[in-house]
Structures are given as structure tokens and as C-alpha cells.
Design a protein around this ligand. Sequence first.
Ligand code: NDP
Ligand code: MG
Length: 378
Amino acid sequence: MKKLILLGSTGSIGTQALEVARAQGYQVTGLAAGSNITLLEQQAREFKPVAVAVFNETAAQQLKISLADTDIKVLSGEVGVCELAAMEGDTVLNAIVGIAGLKPTLAAIRAKKTIALANKETLVTGGDIVKREAAKNGVSILPVDSEHSAIFQSLQGAPKGSLKRILLTASGGPFYGKKREDLENVTVEAALKHPNWSMGAKITIDSATLMNKGLEVIEAVHLFDVLPEQIEVLVHRQSILHSGVELSDGAVLAQLGTPDMRVPIQYALTYPQRGVCFEHLDLFKAATLTFEKPDTETFRCLPLCMEAISRGGVCPAVVNGANEAAVAGFLAGKIRFLQIADLVQAALEKAPNIPQFTVEDIFAADAQARALVAESIR
Ligand code: NDP
Ligand code: MG
């Protein structure tokens, strides 16, 4: 029986991963969250892991008291989350949001766990280091992000060196078709209404700005060893074709399905086997599939991410950090929607040039980008 450690278990991906764990009968040996101890306690009582970890120290102390009648160990803080990631288990599914996921991924890799990766910020900020560590430890990184799972599935059986191009699809988000002038005064509520997917708040805003697609371009560069120029972003409103590849002979292979994150979550956990069917795709119902070029004049976060990965070094960490801070500012009602891209651009313009970087450099660049955003928000 597979032993699963789930980081970010209380979130959108985390709760769906537990549905998959129930369907597959996995043993869940570790659960981690940020601060939602009400849900984490329920999950702990159901799955009876060896340990749980809570990032927030105060919440961890409270959970320790609530779970005193069990023999579940309660760890706390960033150190506790990283310790949990290295404990008893075969696979670590990282569904933490933001750069907070980077160190736990590295801890899991060093403990030689298979990585099922939803936390795209891990590869965006630390791609080169993470890949080097994974190779050194003989660890596989299996994508959970639906597009990257689709690409990975399309590549099964493709000979090495045959990948020519990646076709990365995007839903276009809630503001598809809108121009800058339409977006001046959009509300948080409108930005949180995604047409096809129900996800955590941060990634939902990233989908509205197309930052999510920019982060996914960077994620794909690392996962599939391609150049940014080999990735074509296609706006595909129906979210049925989850992405694909073009091979050297021009053959295009793609993965299609209903928009349901349990499918890519499950594939990362059952790979190379296939799991259970959650929902059948009726192509007659889907009927029409459309593909358009993204509007990069209006949604500038996408070209900014392209520029960041082309420049390399810590530039992707800078755009990511600026975006995390700007999105938090937008969600708190402190800045307007269009300012998110402005702040990401301003941070990228000031990004230091560090071609060979360490984990410390990444966090320094992240902090600098966040400070710049904080200054403009004040
Ligand atoms: P949510 O906001 O719904 O969940 C985030 C999870 O991370 C929660 O369990 C949260 O705990 C936990 N968390 C936050 N900070 C920390 C921390 N410092 N240490 C430990 N745990 C922490 O996000 P999503 O599930 O939507 O997204 C998770 C990741 O997956 C993101 O990187 C996202 O880009 C990616 N992803 C998500 C998709 C989706 O459909 N949702 C699709 C593809 C990728 P708490 O609840 O206590 O705050
Ligand atoms: Mg995605």
C-alpha cells in the first residue's frame, strides 16, 4: 500500500488529493497545513497519520492540545513542515501555495521521496536547484498541474529527443475578451469567479491575470527541458484539452478530459498505472473546441514571465515574489487589479543578475521583490 505524505492538505488540491487517497485506499502517513487546524484535526482523525505539521506556531500548539487523546505527533513551523516531508512515506504530494513550498520540496527530495508536485512555485523559483537535487537523489518529480500532467501523459512512449513543441492551454480566466480599460475597476469578487475550475484564491487571481500561465511556462521549461520559445500558449475556453505536445514528425498528441483536478492528482500518484474514472468525458456534449492566441497586451503577466525565464537566474523568483505580494494586496483591497502586472514589471526591472544562484539567493530575491511591492502599497 502506498504511503502518502500530503502537504497543504486543507486546500483545494489537498482536499481533492484526500478524495483520491480514499478511492485508492492509500495510507496517509503525514498531513501539513498553514493554520486551518479545524479541518486538519478532522483529517487527522480520519486518516490517522504518524504526524501532522502546522506552519503557524500558535495553531500548532492548539492542535497539540486537541489531538492529545491520540498518538499523532504534532510538528510546527517551517522546520516542522520540512521534517514531516522527510518522514515515513513513499510519495510527498506538495500542495502548499507559494514559495513556502520550496523548502519542503527540497527536504522531501533529500529524503528520497517521489515528488507529486502541485506547488508550481517550487519549480518557478528553484527549478535548477530542485532538478539538480532530484537527479542527485534519484527522485522523480511527477506533475500535478493539469496542463503539465497532460503534457507528461502525452509524452508517454515518445522517444527521447522527439519533443518539438509544447502546446500549453489556458482557459483565459474570468476576464477573457476584456481590454485594459474594462479592467480598471474590477472587484476581488469578479476576479475570484473562474469559469471552469474551483481553486484556491491565489491561483484563481493568477488565472485572471494570466500570471498562472506565465508561471506554468516556467514550470514547463524545467519539467520538460525545453526553451521558452518551444512553448505555445493557446487560449482554449472549454478546458477540455488540457495541453499537448508536437513531436518531430508533426504529430500532435494531447490529453482530454473534463476539468477535474482529481485526474492529474491521481495520475501523479498511480503513475505509471491508471486509476479510477471520476467523470466520463462526453465529446458530443463538449461539441466545439476553440483555440486562440492570448492577449498579451492586456494580460502582461504572461509576457513578463516569459521575459523572466529567458533572463534566467533569480528573475523567475523575483516575478513570483512580486506577484505573491501583489495578489495578497489585491485580495486585501489595497491595490487595483491592473497594478498586479505593474508591480511584477517594476520588480523584474530591478531584478539582480545572478546566473549561478543558491537557495539563499532565491529567498533574498523574493524578499527584495516583496519589499518593493510593500513600498508601493503603503
Ligand atoms: P489553497 O490556498 O486552496 O491551499 C493551500 C494549502 O497550503 C492549504 O492547505 C494551506 O493551509 C497550506 N499552506 C499555506 N501556507 C503554508 C505553509 N507555509 N506551510 C504549510 N502549509 C501551508 O491552494 P490550492 O490548493 O489552490 O493550490 C495549491 C498549489 O497547487 C499552488 O501552488 C497552486 O498553484 C497549485 N495548483 C492548484 C490547482 C487547483 O486546482 N487548486 C491547479 C494546479 C496547481 P491552510 O488551509 O491552513 O491555510
Ligand atoms: Mg494549471
